[in-house]
Write a protein that binds this ligand. Sequence first.
Ligand SMILES: Cc1cc2nc3c(=O)[nH]c(=O)nc-3n(C[C@H](O)[C@H](O)[C@H](O)COP(=O)(O)OP(=O)(O)OC[C@H]3O[C@@H](n4cnc5c(N)ncnc54)[C@H](O)[C@@H]3O)c2cc1C
Length: 446
Amino acid sequence: MSQTIDIIGAGLTGPLMAIYLSRKGFKVRLHEGRDDMRKAAVGAGRSINLALTARGMQSLDEVGLKEPVMQLCIPMTGRMVHDLAGKTVLQPYGQTAAEVIYAVSRGRLNMLLLDAAAANKNVEIFFNRRCRSYDVDSNTLVFDDSGVETKVQVDVVIGADGAWSPTRRGMMAKLDHFNYAQEYLDYDYKELTIPPAKDGGFRIARDVLHIWPHKSFMMIALPNTEGSFTCTLFYPRKGPGSFETLNTPAAVEAFFNEKFPDAAAHMPDLTREFFSNPTGALVTVKCSPWHARGKAVLVGDAAHALVPFFAQGMNSGFEDCRVLNGLIAADEKDWEGVFTRFTAARKANADAIADMAVENFIEMRDLVTDPHFILKKKVGFELEKRWPGKFIPRYSMVVFRADIPYAEAQRRGRLQDKVLEKICANISSPEQVDWEKAGELLQNIA
Ligand SMILES: Cc1cc2nc3c(=O)[nH]c(=O)nc-3n(C[C@H](O)[C@H](O)[C@H](O)COP(=O)(O)OP(=O)(O)OC[C@H]3O[C@@H](n4cnc5c(N)ncnc54)[C@H](O)[C@@H]3O)c2cc1C
């Protein structure tokens, strides 16, 4: 008889994990606290659209969903950096036509994943079934099932229940030496909209990720297929010049007109949205181990919540699903071994992307307008062209390469940065680079 696996959470990673496991022949019960978003007008939670990149795409491809997901996507070829005068400069993400990232609606992607999971006879999905607690000792889950408390005895639990995972809480309560750390940024975020133009078209350039950098804060905008953009303001939480001080419609209008004039001109509903949309927090969560006695394991944000500045939260969660699936045999008996190997394969990589994501906030809000940073980017691209494989920009390793683990991208990125700093010291344009010497310096990178 096939084993049953209970997955908590039908956000982005839960349904994908269910699809993987059902294809192996497991029976899967997927428990989601919210209503079925395909039927009810429920919000999909955080962030309206997301950037999908190579790691996430590879997992979707493995389960045959790449093509349908691509139908929902808009490619973004680079960062369009806006200045105060409304002048824009495009900083390409990569060097080839394939080196793009994809904007996708979180809600539509989630619904597609739910449909694909539900289409499989091995998968049963329960909505409005909020997990109240998980007891590792007895391996039981307690649910609030549309208002009725139900207790379910389980064999194997996968916690895909997000940054505030009840599965992880249960593990923390019963495991010795369970490490847990959460760290908030002093910044919050707010999502706003640039609606489509009257003729249904896009009001600003479509195939890019827009950034309005202001050194200590920024706004970004990602395109949606129906012609709108979802803008996200990342701004200090407290103090002078913070969400606290944006407390009247006049203050908000004045702030946007001063700091993001060319965006504000396209935001007719700005003040209403600003005061009705929630303000979100930005948190990094790290924990270990990710598993409990061969009974439970965590994937996605439950194991490692990231700040969004490398656009890798969902992508790394999808990568978790692929790696975990690769370790499980169809008639798996040694769950403890699988979960231990999974944690060993993933933990250092999750820590690496968590740290790189925090660093990338500084790059996006500040460095994108810094001449030395721009020079290094250009020289980096030229090194990649001249010595392909020997130099790969860190951004490309993280975002375009599913075959380079995050920890390796971080390690190589540091070594490459040292070389770039040497090459770019005392020059102001790529034409001044001594390429022979640059080639020699590259040989030190192993
Ligand atoms: C502003 C912002 C922008 C982002 N942009 C990107 C991006 O561009 N690219 C990217 O890759 N990532 C991005 N992310 C990160 C991404 O949103 C997350 O990494 C991703 O949603 C994690 O998926 P998950 O399935 O692990 O968790 P979630 O998507 O949070 O899903 C968890 C699910 O569990 C359910 N649940 C929770 N508690 C219970 C319970 N007690 N019982 C039952 N069900 C429960 C929830 O309702 C939810 O459906 C962004 C995040 C933010 C905040």
